[in-house]
Ligand binder design. Sequence first.
Ligand SMILES: C[S@@+](CC[C@H](N)C(=O)[O-])C[C@H]1O[C@@H](n2cnc3c(N)ncnc32)[C@H](O)[C@@H]1O
Length: 303
Amino acid sequence: MNTHHNTHGYIGHERASGFDIAMAQLLELDAEVLAPYLAELTGWLADLTHPAPARILDLGSGPGTGSLALAHRFGSAQVTAVDISPQMLHRLHKQAAAQGDTGRISTLEANLDEPWAEIGEGGPYDLIWAAAFLHHVADPARTLAQAFEHVRPGGLLAVTEMDFFPGFLPEDIGIGRPGLEARLHAATNTQPPHEWTGELTDAGFTLEERRPFDIRLDRAQAGPDLNDYAQTCLAKLLSHATDALDADDLDALDALLDETQPHSIARRDDLTVRTTRTTWIARGPGASAAPVRPRRPPHRRSL
Ligand SMILES: C[S@@+](CC[C@H](N)C(=O)[O-])C[C@H]1O[C@@H](n2cnc3c(N)ncnc32)[C@H](O)[C@@H]1O
């Protein structure tokens, strides 16, 4: 596995940011628990891409759960993961090494709000993937225009967004007033879901599909990380809601997050996962089915 930096950052813990590390942990738990959804999503992409993509670009890869899932799904593809955060890319290196996936994933530390000079070196790309990323950039229209330039003729862009934060709890959790989680979500999910259809077509893409995924997982499907994931999500939501909830709800949330309490989220066996995600599949310029050769050989520096 290789890495390349085009900023003056450095990989590892030197510039460790607590926010990035906490976010990386949340994203990794998300991918573990929602593995059935991720498998369905990449399987759907496999159905839509003939021949299978040889070069994949993961925009705002974070800790690389998407890069890894795509590398598994497309067994001979080269995946380039780009992120502004060295901590995120460090996590990706660790995960890739743990899974024995060190050969086919490259990382590039770059600010995607800036010109994509070095990103172009590995392209054009057969598949560009942007999960929970587009709403982070300064100018999504510009980012999509750059993606359009870097996807091969007939290649695909897959944009995914989490519409709302997941829910886990039953209506009555045994403490406080029923409906606590709904009130927490109402206080924090104040924005409408992202909608990229217009921006995609404005950038030149042809929209192939816009697919909402309505995800409902029981305990068995979600697996052993469910409680950790629910606790991490709840703590994150609470950090945004302390001014918006009544005192009794804040007390109930404190009890839920206190692992010593019998009703705590860490100990519950009545959790499920309920969330919705939307994916847009958009086709790049022209309709050529055959991947073209890279314009220049990729320039990557080994770790
Ligand atoms: C919510 S995370 C999503 C990560 C990953 N795609 C996933 O689905 O797990 C958004 C990521 O975008 C990265 N990011 C935000 N702005 C960026 C920028 N201007 N250039 C590159 N990466 C950026 C962040 O560092 C973070 O890792």
